[in-house]
Structure formats: structure tokens, C-alpha cells
Write a new protein. Structure first.
Length: 765
């Protein structure tokens, strides 16, 4: 093994995991070529080279390949199964559900068990069962088994992949807790039971707000914090404060040292033995997140190595902990908390000399905060597709506040659980007074100066280039070459700016028909980002209240726009006023800049006023006419008269992308189609957006034969209750030899085009 070079093994493991996840082999091939160069330069030996190759081969077969996953258990929506196995995660209990993972005894498959609380089960019965659910229990459970839902749109959260990277292939929906029976607790259960007992005691002793922060910062349970606060911390890159990590473990280690050594109660050797035993137990009590395990094991390894003759630097220790955790749990490397935790740790280790040179403790905290933020920036952009520059400044003040005041105070409150309330209540009052003002300031900043850079996804090459520049900047700063360091800092800013401007130099445009179920949402991105247009932006509808749900916007439209780096929409064309075509517009206006909305004649006025109040220009189209937006031509063809029907009055657009002409039809029906052919008898188009989700009230044979399309796009919900698309429509398109793309079978449909060519790419293929 290469002492002082363990991080190279970690790098090999990370590249192998990336290759397995993305099925791209070129990073590993480049890495092996670099190893060969090092071998030729005699920087490594042939033994080391062979060790690297063996390591890569082992982990390539060790990590799970989601593309070749095999499902061992037959599933069906109506099929009820009974399973026996062991609980392999700590159960999560909220006001609405209970959830844990079960390892099935026959197949060894992991199953995510979920029970949604309902009125059928009395709360006492539910609590009675839940209180006896522990890690390691053997249980028999009856419920409906299914495979997790997969993403059907670009950048949409993929629940199936998310669970698969945790070793889970199935979800089991339990109708009642009467279907869950467990044997007595396992050996490790008393520790996990202690965690719940401490949570309960904190809730009883302290004010609800104080107890919530104790649970989050000491016991790793954020369920009592309100969603607004959690989302606020996420938006401003402060989530690391809420995740128990090195900062928290360092504080509790310092407390133990202070209590037993400074007060001369025990020797250093005895205290170190206590820490070696206590910290893994604390990792379990604190919820067992990757960050707390990393921090706890780091200290344990350091203490153990002190007792040995071997000497390792901190980079080696971090790398050893990394490799141990990955070998124990092959899925942990895909956990975002694990990735962020080690990215920050490595950055601080490699910057340790610079931090040691700083004499001011306060400035040292600022340094650590800045380095940590810059270290995780590519991860943040890749996962969330945005970057808030002001978050670096906010972190510089919020992190010291939590480090020196909030977290130590929460540990004090935790230790003081047995102390009479009368003695701790003055501190509670002080904490609430100060903390409420801090949160108020953060919410004020969030409301008035939240202007994130929406950047989009990053490639591996871009990430590597960022880290090369970042590490070079830190090394020159450490060497006190200030001018060089400043130059690299400017270059680093330029790199981030280049991330944001990539679409503006791309000659490729994209038309994306999103899969939003039974509704339309089409996004057009012109080459060189000359313009961004929507044609409809539907939503699912709550029939009880006849109002659009925010689900489509939050889970599909917003992630897509963030993933593509879209922050501004030039024009939204709305075909008609049905919510499956306009339901997400209000949410889009609230979160993105929208310059204009174009609506057809006879559009209901009740929607327009609300949009005008958001400073959006409303254009009521005159038909027929031609409008040009961002040097792109749209011909508005229908409706030319009032058909007394919202569907028939759909705005119909004709335009070209590259060499292909398109007809967007909304929900127009046969009467409007015939009128369209009367007015434009020579109209042709290469691509037809099939009207009304493929209903048999639309897509008359005459419009297909007259238009001569090569491609038909059908936005339609999977298993919809209307039976769309109609068999007659599909048969007609097939008879006319039209290529059919439908969202219920293929997911989102994307058309990539340049001035001279284009190609269709179904997301699920």
C-alpha cells in the first residue's frame, strides 16, 4: 500500500462508481492511462499499478448496476404479499406515515415498507406497534408490493433509482398496522430505543422550538423542525448545519475531554478509550447518517493509530475511513450526504496548513466556511442545478453563530435533561429571543435578495476543471503567493460564469414535450438560447376543489427548467383555458421571469387579471396572423370564429424548427380541423401534435392526409380513465405510416435540432 497516497485509491473507487452509475467508461480509461504514465515515470511501482487495476475491477463488480437490475419477486397492483424478514433501517415516524426497510428472508431483497396513517387504525394501536419497531427486529408484514416509480422526464427525481442506490427494489404499501407483527427487540434495539426515549424527554422538558433544535442538532432528527425552516436552510446552502457531522462530533468530543481531563477526573488514555467506545454508539443514537459515521470513525481511527507504531497523515485517515465505509455498505457511495461530507473533509485536510497559518479563531471559522462552500459547489450545482452566490456570505456569519452558540447550547440542554427545568428556563428564554431574531433576518434576506444562478447540469470534465483551478488557488494561497492566488480566484469565478452561459453558445435547440400525465406542457429552447417558449403548461387537478395542483410544476416543470439552466421565459402560448393546459402557469410566473403570455380569442378573462397583476404582458392573438418572437416566426391559424367550445377554440400554431415544420393543435376537434383546412388547404407539416390527447373527437383523416406528417406526438396519461389515445386515431396514424411518439409509453419526447438536421429522443429509450 502507498502510504500518504490512499486518496488515489479513493479516487479510483469514485471513478469506478461514476462509471457504474453513468455507464461511461472513458473516465476509468483516462485514469488507467494516467497510471501508466506514472508507472513509466517511476512515480509508482508495478505492484501499485496492479493493485489499482485489482481495486477498479473489484469495485466495478461490487457496486450495483441499475441497468442490469433483476426483480426476483412478481409484482402487480392488486397482488397482496406476506413477507418475513429483518428491519434493516431505523423506522421513520411522522404525523402522516411510518416507514422502514425490511430485508426479506427468502430472497434477501430489501423492501421499503410504508404505512400511511388513516382513521381506520386507532392512534393507540398504531403507537403500540410503532413503539416496538426497531432496527434488527424480525417481522411478518402483509401488504401490496410494487416497483418504485421511475422518472419519465429529464431532471425529474427518479424514485426508483434513488431507492435502488440504497439497495431497495420494491415498495410495500401496508393498509393497516394490524398487518405488522414483530418478534421481541434485537440486541441493538436498546440503543435505538434510548434515542427515542431521549427525543421524548426533550419534548417534555423543553419548549417545542428548543426541543426541535435539540433533536435536529444532537440526535439527528429533523422531523420536528418546520418545513419552511428546512427549505430556507436548503436554499441558502445551510443544510450541512442540520446534518450531524464533524462540527457536531468535534463539539461533543471537546465536551468529554473538558469534563474528564480539564477537571482531572480521568487520564487521557482512559478518556480516549471512552471515546473509542462512545462515538460509534453516538453515531447510532444520532440516526446513523453517513456524515456522523464519517466524523465519528475519523476520530476513532485517529485514536487507534495513536496506540500503534504506524503513522498516517490526515488525508490517509480520511481515505481509510472512506474505504471502510464503502466496503461495509456498497450503496453508501451514492448517498449525497456521504459525498458532501467527504468533499468538505478532503478540502479542509488539504487546506489544513493554510488554516493553521491563521492566528484569529474567528477568521479561521470564516476560512473553513468559505473552503467548505467552494468544495461542495459542483455537487450543489449538479444535484440542484443552481448556485446562490450570496450563500457564501450568509454562511460566513451563520456557521460561526451555530458553531459557537447554538450547537454548544443544544448539547448543554441535552446534558441538562435530568436538571430541574427551573435552572434551564432562563437559558431557554435567551436562546428563543436570539434565535427568533436570527431566523427572522434569514427569512427577510430570503424574501428580498434571493437571486440564484440557475446553471443546469455539469459534465465530469467541467467538474474536474473546477477542482483543478480551486486546488491550485488554495495551494498558491497556502504558499502566500497572493497575486497568483488572486488570478486563480478570478479564473474560478470565470469557470462558474462559463457554467451558466453554456446554453448561449450551443447551436443545438430542443423541443421537449414533457410527460405530465393527462395534460400538455411543451418547452421550446432555440439554438444559442435565443428564446425560450412554452406551448401550454398543464397541471393535475384536484377535483374536490377544482383547482390545479402544484405537483406537476414542482416535480416536473421546475426541475426541468433548473436542469436546463432556464431562468427566463420569453413567451407562453396557451391553447385554451382548461387546467390540464394552463394549471401550472401561476406557479411558473411566481418562480420565473415571464415576459409575455399569448392567448387565443374567446379566452376566459378570469385568469388574465391574476397574471397581469404579476407584471406579465398579455397578448390576445388575432387570427389568422403571424407573430415573430426573438426572430422566430409563429403562424397563428385558429380559431377564426367562436365555436362555443374551449377545446374547439384552441390556439393552433404552425412553426419550423430546423428543417421540420410543426403543427401545435391544443385540444381542437373535428369542426375546427375542417375549418382550418378550408382556410389553409395547402397546409403541410412534418410533425403533428395530436389534438386532445388522441381523443376520437379529433385528428380527422383529412388533416392527416392533407398535412402529410412524418411524426405524431401524443401527450397522454398512462392508464387514463378516458381511454386516450383512441384506437381509431392510432390505427389512422399507422395506416398513414406516421411515426408515433406517446408520453404514456415513452416518457418525455425531445427533439434536438440545428439549422440543418434534427432527431427525436424518447426519454425512456
Amino acid at each position: 500500500m502507498m502510504k500518504n497516497y490512499y486518496y488515489m485509491y479513493v479516487f479510483a473507487v469514485v471513478l469506478t462508481a461514476y462509471t457504474v452509475k453513468t455507464t461511461r467508461l472513458y473516465p476509468l480509461l483516462i485514469y488507467i492511462i494516467l497510471l501508466l504514465i506514472l508507472l513509466m515515470w517511476k512515480r509508482i511501482t508495478i505492484v501499485h499499478f496492479l493493485v489499482f487495476l485489482c481495486l477498479i475491477s473489484f469495485f466495478y463488480h461490487y457496486f450495483p448496476h441499475s441497468t442490469s437490475e433483476k426483480f426476483e419477486i412478481e409484482t402487480a397492483e392488486t397482488m397482496v404479499h406476506t413477507f418475513s424478514g429483518k428491519i434493516v433501517t431505523s423506522p421513520i415516524t411522522t404525523d402522516t406515515y411510518v416507514q422502514f426497510s425490511l430485508k426479506e428472508e427468502n430472497t434477501n431483497e430489501r423492501i421499503l415498507v410504508t404505512y400511511f396513517k388513516n382513521e381506520t387504525d386507532k392512534s393507540e394501536q398504531v403507537n403500540h406497534v410503532v413503539e416496538r419497531l426497531y432496527f434488527g427486529n424480525t417481522c411478518t408484514i402483509r401488504g401490496k408490493l410494487a416497483r418504485p416509480e421511475r422518472a419519465t422526464n429529464p431532471y425529474q427525481f427518479d424514485y426508483r433509482t434513488y431507492l435502488y442506490e440504497k439497495g431497495i427494489k420494491y415498495v410495500l404499501d401496508v393498509a393497516t398496522m394490524k398487518n405488522v407483527t414483530c418478534l421481541p427487540p434485537s440486541q441493538i434495539a436498546p440503543i435505538l430505543s434510548l434515542r427515542q426515549t431521549l427525543i421524548d424527554k426533550a419534548m417534555l422538558k423543553y419548549d417545542a422550538d428548543v426541543a426541535a433544535w435539540i433533536q435536529a442538532l444532537v440526535l439527528g432528527n429533523r422531523s420536528s423542525l418546520d418545513d419552511e425552516t428546512i427549505e430556507l436552510f436548503q436554499r441558502w446552502s445551510l443544510s450541512h448545519i442540520l446534518a450531524i457531522s464533524g462540527l457536531h462530533v468535534g463539539i461533543i468530543t471537546s465536551i468529554i475531554y473538558f469534563l474528564f481531563i480539564r477537571l482531572r477526573m480521568l487520564t487521557v488514555e482512559v478518556v480516549e478509550c471512552i471515546l473509542i467506545i462512545f462515538l460509534p454508539l453516538y453515531a447510532l443514537i444520532a440516526g446513523g447518517a453517513p456524515s456522523v459515521w464519517r466524523a465519528s470513525l475519523m476520530i476513532v481511527v485517529v485514536l487507534l493509530l495513536r496506540r500503534s507504531t504506524y503513522r498516517f497523515n490526515y488525508a490517509d485517515i480520511v481515505s481509510i475511513v472512506f474505504l471502510v465505509l464503502v466496503i461495509i455498505d456498497k450503496y453508501i457511495i451514492f448517498d449525497i450526504g456521504f459525498q458532501l461530507s467527504f468533499a468538505v473533509t478532503y478540502s479542509l485536510v488539504f487546506s489544513s496548513e493554510l488554516i493553521r497559518q491563521t492566528k484569529s479563531n474567528l477568521f479561521r471559522v470564516f476560512q473553513i466556511s468559505f473552503i467548505s462552500q467552494m468544495a461542495i459547489l459542483p455537487f450543489q450545482i449538479d444535484y440542484f442545478h443552481l448556485f446562490q452566490p450570496l450563500s457564501i456570505i450568509v454562511n460566513l456569519f451563520v456557521v460561526p453563530y451555530f458553531s459557537f452558540f447554538v450547537i454548544p447550547l443544544m448539547f448543554f440542554f441535552f446534558i441538562a435533561l435530568p436538571v430541574p427545568t427551573l435552572m434551564t428556563s432562563p437559558l431557554e428564554v435567551l436562546f428563543r429571543l436570539i434565535h427568533e431574531h436570527l431566523l427572522h433576518i434569514l427569512f427577510y434576506i430570503d424574501e428580498h435578495v434571493y437571486y440564484p444562478f440557475i446553471i443546469g447540469e455539469l459534465s465530469l470534465i467541467e467538474v474536474c476543471f473546477y477542482y483543478v483551478v480551486f486546488m491550485t488557488m488554495m495551494r498558491t494561497l497556502q504558499a502566500k503567493r497572493i497575486n497568483h492566488s488572486f488570478s486563480y480566484g478570478v479564473l474560478l469565478v470565470c469557470v462558474v460564469v462559463l457554467f451558466a452561459v453554456r446554453p448561449y453558445v450551443s447551436p443545438v435547440g430542443i423541443v421537449t414535450m414533457l410527460d405530465i400525465g393527462q395534460g400538455d406542457a411543451i418547452i421550446i429552447e432555440l439554438p444559442y438560447r435565443r428564446g425560450v417558449f412554452f406551448i401550454d403548461a398543464g397541471a393535475t387537478v384536484s377535483f374536490a376543489q377544482d383547482e390545479p395542483s402544484s405537483r406537476v410544476f414542482k416535480q416536473i416543470i421546475k426541475p426541468y427548467m433548473y436542469g436546463r439552466g432556464i431562468h427566463k421565459i420569453d413567451t407562453i402560448f396557451l391553447s385554451h383555458e382548461h387546467l390540464d393546459h394552463i394549471g401550472s402557469v401561476s406557479y411558473i410566473i411566481e418562480h420565473f421571469q415571464v415576459d409575455e403570455i399569448v392567448v387565443p380569442p374567446y379566452f376566459e378573462q378570469k385568469y388574465l387579471q391574476a397574471w397581469k397583476e404579476n407584471n406579465v404582458h398579455i397578448t390576445e392573438a388575432s387570427i389568422p396572423s403571424t407573430i415573430i418572437r426573438n426572430n422566430h416566426l409563429f403562424q397563428l391559424l385558429s380559431p377564426t370564429s367562436d365555436f362555443q367550445s374551449a377545446n374547439e377554440n384552441s390556439l393552433v400554431l404552425w412553426t419550423k424548427f430546423g428543417e421540420m415544420s410543426w403543427l401545435f393543435t391544443g385540444d381542437m376537434e373535428e369542426q375546427a380541423e375542417r375549418k382550418l383546412l378550408q382556410l389553409f388547404p395547402n397546409i403541410t407539416f412534418d410533425v403533428l401534435k395530436v389534438a386532445h390527447h388522441g381523443s376520437n373527437t379529433s385528428t380527422d383523416r383529412s388533416i392527416v392526409q392533407n398535412g402529410k406528417p412524418n411524426v405524431a406526438l401524443i401527450p397522454v396519461g398512462k392508464g387514463n380513465r378516458y381511454g386516450h389515445p383512441a384506437t381509431d386515431v392510432i390505427n389512422l396514424l399507422e395506416e398513414e405510416k406516421v411515426n408515433i411518439f406517446r408520453t404514456d409509453e415513452m416518457g418525455a419526447i425531445q427533439y434536438y435540432f440545428t439549422e440543418s438536421e434534427g432527431r427525436f429522443v424518447p426519454f425512456l429509450e
